[in-house]
Write a protein that binds this ligand. Structure first.
Ligand code: PMV
Length: 389
């Protein structure tokens, strides 16, 4: 059976969580654990989709539903597809599992759907539908094509159709994933997860363009609180024998509550914005060390960042105990994500020892290399799966 498979990595935050909410840079790194999405055409006589063998329920999978609507506006009639999702990223633990799913699914569905070009050159300027066909809450690249201008017959002989991996563009997948994350999360989503799961390696998100790192694009989102804009940078860190060990406390602490807690603390004590600023300074120093491949300094910056996170009240006794257990065998360790529970991350040259120490202290561990590859189309038939039956 013809099929398409795409995969995307999870992520953890190395520096800058919480301070990023106030405009400072945050650094995320892609991990080895991935989500794989496989798509096949089914022989169904109806246009129903299947997900992991069951009838697809849009309410249970808002990300997939949003992608379906975006890629197959009703006039285009989605073909009957069967989707299978597999992965090693624990859900709801701040490791980007939902973004990795959105990114991998957007690539697989785009490969299945194909793309119309206005002439023979495959570049965003020539994409007949542009980056977006429906959800216009984000804006990247210049795109001269008016939205929804496709297939009106006026493209004449110049029209070209491409499918499979040729139709997939990483920036577009990052954009699609950000848009569907926002839809699934009530209009609020930073592009941190969607960009890291798309580009892989190291991604830096900030309110301003950061000097010395390769800037990729800006991302906008109209949130319930107004428009926000982020600058996204990405780079491949110098190779080195360092690993990440992620320790999961198993305690669920919703991100929104942690963010609210910090906001309240700052409202009551405006002078404590100094601590947030310090996190921003540490993150910038950490980025420089990363670019230089100085992982000893990266580790030190992570541990300093942790002291600040502790000070603003987002750590927890369980996180502290895993961080302490990791300390003797690692270059640095800190909580990763929103805190209050969830995960910690250690940077180490001895992942086995660090992992055992964290497990002994009660954490469930994941070992990863540093800065995994991003979105990959693993297999793609070039035959269009898009033709509706
Ligand atoms: O737990 P995560 O990976 O969703 O990260 C949350 C990061 C925060 O800075 C706490 C919130 C945010 O929106 O950036």
């Amino acid at each position: 059976m013809q099929h398409i498979t795409a995969s995307a990595p999870g992520k953890c935050i190395l520096f800058g969580e919480h301070a990023v909410v106030y405009g400072h840079p945050a650094v995320a790194v892609a991990i080895d654990q991935r989500i794989n999405v496989k798509i096949e055409l089914t022989k169904s006589s109806t246009h129903d989709w299947k997900l992991d063998g069951l009838i697809f329920d849009p309410k249970k999978h808002p990300h997939i539903e949003a992608l379906k609507q975006r890629l197959w506006p009703t006039s285009l009639n989605a073909p009957p597809l069967s989707i299978n999702i597999e992965g090693q990223i624990p859900t709801a633990s701040g490791l980007g599992s939902s973004a990795a799913l959105s990114v991998a699914a957007s690539a697989a569905l785009r490969a299945a759907r194909g793309r119309w070009l206005n002439n023979s050159i495959n570049s965003p300027e020539n994409w007949a539908e542009g980056f977006s066909s429906r959800i216009d809450d984000t804006d990247v690249h210049s795109n001269n094509q008016p939205k929804d201008s496709i297939r009106e017959g006026k493209l004449g002989e110049k029209v070209k159709f491409i499918t499979g991996s040729d139709a997939v563009d990483i920036d577009e997948c990052a954009l699609l994933a950000h848009a569907v994350e926002a839809i699934a999360q009530g209009g609020r989503a930073s592009p941190m997860d969607s960009s890291t799961c798309s580009h892989g390696h190291v991604v830096v998100l900030s309110d301003s363009v950061e000097e010395g790192i390769e800037w990729q694009y800006s991302r906008k989102l109209i949130t319930p609180e107004g428009e926000r804009e982020w600058q996204i940078h990405a780079f491949k860190p110098p190779t080195n024998e360092v690993y990440l060990v992620i320790g999961n406390t198993g305690i669920h602490a919703p991100t929104s509550k942690q963010v609210e807690k910090v906001a309240l603390m700052l409202k009551n004590n405006p002078e404590r914005m100094k601590e947030i600023e310090t996190i921003g300074i540490i993150a910038k120093r950490g980025i420089k060390s990363l670019l230089n491949g100085d992982y000893e300094s990266v580790g030190r910056a992570m541990s300093e960042n942790q002291l600040m996170l502790q000070s603003i009240g987002v750590s927890s006794p369980e996180l502290e105990s895993l961080i302490q257990a990791a300390a003797p065998s690692s270059l640095g360790a800190k909580l990763t994500g929103a805190g209050g529970g969830g995960c910690m991350v250690a940077l180490t040259r001895d992942p086995k020892t660090t992992s055992e120490a964290i497990e002994l202290a009660g954490g469930r561990t994941i070992i990863s290399s540093f800065g995994a590859r991003g979105l990959t189309v693993e297999e793609a038939t070039e035959t269009p799966l898009w033709i509706s039956s």
